[in-house]
Design a protein around this ligand. Sequence first.
Ligand code: 5GP
Ligand code: ZN
Length: 141
Amino acid sequence: MGSNCIFCKIIKGEIPTDSKIFEDENCFVFLSISPVNFGHALVIPKKHFENIYEVPDELIAKLSVAIKKTAKAVKKAVNAHGINIANNNERPAGQVVPHLHFHIIPRFSKDGDINILAEHHKKYKNGEAKSVAEKIKSEWE
Ligand code: 5GP
Ligand code: ZN
């Protein structure tokens, strides 16, 4: 289970990531490689579940705390005007990576009425993701 999963590989360090923000025994938080806005983070369980239907209640409760902490830290780190929290389950709902994840998306007044499912296309330049992740870490409470 999950042996070919890109997020499982990131958790295990098999794919190096310079955008890790937080981890504990249950949760892992890192930056999306293709953000709606810079600071767009993903909160995932360390254990592989494809989507929300099968995740145990105790684990979703722990993930919820990480989601809240991430939302607050991202908002402060990038001076966001708002935060979207999104979770896509199954392809028709926009899920591309089959490992449960929650999007924490900083939003700005200038964004206007964008489709957060369709607009995953900003790119970090060299070193930028690392510095944004460091800034979010510094705001973690
Ligand atoms: P989904 O469309 O499945 O809800 O969202 C997948 C998310 O994972 C998107 O935000 C996408 O940018 C992110 N993502 C996909 N592959 C990678 C990767 O290899 N590294 C990182 N850091 N994010 C990824
Ligand atoms: Zn996985």
